[in-house]
Design a protein around this ligand. Structure first.
Ligand SMILES: NC(=O)c1ccc[n+]([C@@H]2O[C@H](COP(=O)([O-])OP(=O)(O)OC[C@H]3O[C@@H](n4cnc5c(N)ncnc54)[C@H](OP(=O)(O)O)[C@@H]3O)[C@@H](O)[C@H]2O)c1
Length: 325
C-alpha cells in the first residue's frame, strides 16, 4: 500500500509517498481502508520535530514512527480477534497513527461509526480539531446557554468547530478572523465577527464570559481585559518557539494571574475521546454542526498540503482525499 513516510525531521520535503507493508490489526484494532484524512498543526510539529519537546514522544534524534497523520475516516476492512463493536464494511472515523496512507490500524476505542449523512471528508475533518473546541468550551469553560463567547482564530480548523459548538450550547458568539473570512464565519453561526486587520479586540469595550483562543497572539494581560469579572480564558493555540519556552512561560503566567481575582486563565491540551467523537456524530447528524472544508489534496500531495497548512491561514480543515467521498 502507499503511505506518506519520513525517516528524519525537517520541512515537507522529508516526506515520501512510497509503497510500505499493509498493517495487520492487533487484537483490539480495526484495519481501516482510508477514504479521507485531515491535517492538523500537530502533523507538521511531528514532521519537523519542533518544538523539541515533541521529540520526547516522536523520537529524540529521528522519528520512531515513520507515518504521519491522526485524523481518519474510512471503511473497516479487517478486525482484530477481540474487536466487538464493529463489523467488516462499517464506515468509521476517529484517531489513529499514520492516517496519510491507504490503510491504517486504529484501536476500536478510538473510532466511532460515521453517520450516513456525513461524507468521509467531513468525518475526517473532525477528531483533533473538534476535541480541542469541545473540551475547551464544555470541560474547561463550562459553557452555558446565553453566555458571551469570543473565538479568536474563528476561521481555522479548530475555530470553525468552536464557533459551531458554542452556538450549539446556546451561546452568543463573536468570531475573530481576517477580512476574507468574515462572511464564512458569519455563515457558520457567529452572531458578530471582528476583522483583526482593522480592529484590536483587546482594546474594545466588549466583555465576554469565555474567551476561546486558537491563536495566542495577544498577551495574557490584554486577553484578560476582554473577560467579564468571572470570565474564563482558554488558551488552545499559540505561537511556539523551538524550545517551548514561550508557551511554558504563558502557561505559568496564566496560573499566576488566575490567583488574583475571579477570572480564570486556563491552557488546554486536548485528549482523544470516543465519547466526544460520539457527541460530534450526534451533532453532525442533527445538522447542528457541519465541518468546514478548505482544500482537498490527494495522497501524493501530502507535502504540498502540509506546506499550505503551515502558512497558518487555512479556512477550516485541509483534507487528504483517497476515495469514496
Ligand atoms: N491545545 C491543544 O490541545 C490543541 C489542539 C489542536 C490544535 N491546537 C493549536 O490550536 C491552533 C489552531 O489550530 P488549527 O487547527 O485551527 O490551525 P489552523 O487551521 O492552521 O489555523 C489557521 C487559522 O488561524 C487564523 N489566524 C491566523 N492568524 C490570526 C490572527 N492574528 N487572528 C485571528 N485568526 C488568525 C487564520 O484565519 P485568517 O486566515 O482569517 O487569518 C486561519 O483560519 C494551533 O496553534 C494548533 O497548534 C492546540
Amino acid at each position: 500500500m502507499k503511505a506518506a513516510v519520513y525517516t528524519r525531521y525537517g520541512p515537507p520535503d522529508v516526506l515520501q509517498i512510497m509503497d510500505v507493508e499493509k498493517p495487520v490489526p492487533r487484537d483490539n484494532e480495526v484495519l481501516i481502508k482510508v477514504c479521507a484524512a485531515s491535517l492538523n498543526p500537530l502533523d507538521w510539529h511531528f514532521m519537523r520535530g519542533t518544538p523539541y519537546a515533541v521529540r520526547i514522544i516522536a523520537g529524540l534524534r529521528k522519528p520512531k514512527f515513520s507515518g504521519l497523520g491522526v485524523d481518519v475516516a474510512g471503511q473497516v476492512e479487517a478486525l482484530g480477534a477481540k474487536v466487538s463493536q464493529f463489523k467488516l464494511g462499517d464506515e468509521v472515523f476517529g484517531s489513529c497513527k499514520g492516517a496519510f496512507a491507504e490503510y491504517v490500524c486504529a484501536s476500536e476505542s478510538a473510532v466511532v461509526m460515521k453517520p450516513a449523512t456525513v461524507t468521509f471528508e467531513q468525518a475526517a475533518a473532525v477528531p483533533v480539531a473538534a476535541y480541542t473546541a469541545l473540551q475547551g468550551l464544555r470541560d474547561k469553560g463550562h459553557l452555558r446557554p446565553g453566555q458571551k463567547v469570543l473565538v479568536n482564530g474563528a476561521a481555522g480548523g479548530v475555530g470553525t468547530f468552536a464557533v459551531q459548538i458554542a452556538k450549539s450550547f446556546g451561546a452568543d458568539v463573536t468570531g475573530v478572523c481576517s477580512t476574507r473570512n468574515l462572511s464564512m464565519v458569519r455563515s457558520i453561526g457567529a452572531d458578530r465577527v471582528i476583522d483583526y486587520t482593522l480592529e484590536d479586540f483587546t482594546k474594545s469595550a466588549s466583555r465576554y464570559d469565555l474567551f476561546f483562543d486558537g491563536v495566542g497572539n495577544h498577551s495574557l494581560s490584554a486577553s484578560r481585559r476582554v473577560l467579564n469579572p468571572k470570565g474564563i480564558y482558554i488558551g488552545a493555540g499559540g505561537t511556539t518557539d523551538n524550545w517551548t519556552i514561550g508557551p511554558l512561560l504563558r502557561a505559568v503566567s496564566s496560573l499566576v494571574l488566575s490567583l488574583f481575582g475571579d477570572q480564570k486563565l486556563l491552557m488546554l491540551l486536548a485528549k482523544p475521546s470516543k465519547e466526544d467523537l460520539a457527541w460530534m456524530r450526534e451533532h453532525m447528524e442533527s445538522g447542528e454542526i457541519t465541518p468546514v472544508i478548505d482544500r482537498r489534496y490527494n495522497l501524493n500531495e501530502v507535502p504540498e498540503a502540509i506546506r499550505y497548512l503551515e502558512i497558518g491561514h487555512a479556512r477550516g480543515k485541509v483534507i487528504i482525499t483517497l476515495e469514496k467521498n
